[in-house]
Design a protein. Structure first.
Length: 191
């Protein structure tokens, strides 16, 4: 069973590719963004509100909250194919992921990095924001938050690429191709 991480800036297509892996290749998708959104949708607590504010501004949610969510899910799905989408987002999370996998005697097979042009990325996110009905729109899909999310990506998430490079499990793919082309590259890497 495979364990893979998809790495890339917001809007690069990690979510789309994760869904394809779920539909076609029997993967479980662990998206910390989705998991956090569902946690806060049924919470009126102060903590829920704090998480919501951070997400809406494009900042990262504190590590302990995200790690707690993900470690439980790893335990639950350890015998299945897992695609991590949006996690890890900084070096600490990458190290915790390694140790929590090690605890259940498994390791990451691949980290796949989506390389993308930041200008095109901004256009994509604007289109996504404009095409989505207001009622379904994510509050963090707007240009101001996007710029912050890209900055957070560059400063916190990008260093993980070097970490996985040292471990020899990184593959870089061109994230600006058509959806099916990106998917074809991913399946070539993981098969
Ligand atoms: P995208 O895939 O467009 O980057 P996500 O849905 O993955 O967006 O994440 C939305 C927000 O959720 C992030 O901007 C951040 O506030 C929070 N978040 C998601 N995953 C993590 C994580 N691993 N660590 C900290 N915060 C996270």
């Amino acid at each position: 069973m495979k364990k893979i991480v998809l790495l890339g800036p917001p809007g690069c297509g990690k979510g789309t590719q994760s869904k394809l892996l779920v539909e076609k290749d029997n993967f479980v998708q662990l998206s910390t963004g989705d998991l956090l959104r569902s946690e806060i949708s049924n919470s009126n607590s102060d903590l829920g509100k704090k998480v919501k504010d951070l997400m809406e501004s494009g900042e990262l949610v504190p590590d302990d909250i995200v790690i707690d969510i993900i470690v439980k899910k790893v335990e639950k799905h350890k015998k299945e194919n897992i695609v991590f989408d949006g996690f890890p987002r900084n070096l600490k999370q990458a190290k915790v992921l390694d140790s929590s996998l090690e605890n259940v005697s498994i390791k990451l097979d691949h980290a796949i990095f989506f390389e993308i042009d930041f200008q095109i990325l901004q256009e994509r996110i604007n289109t996504r924001a404009n095409e989505t009905k207001d009622s379904e729109k994510r509050k963090d899909d707007n240009s101001k938050t996007l710029l912050n999310r890209i900055e957070v990506f560059k400063s916190s998430t990008l260093p993980i690429v070097g970490y996985y490079e040292e471990k020899g499990i990184i593959s870089k793919i061109n994230g600006m191709q058509m959806v099916n082309e990106v998917y074809a590259e991913i399946t070539k890497i993981i098969c």
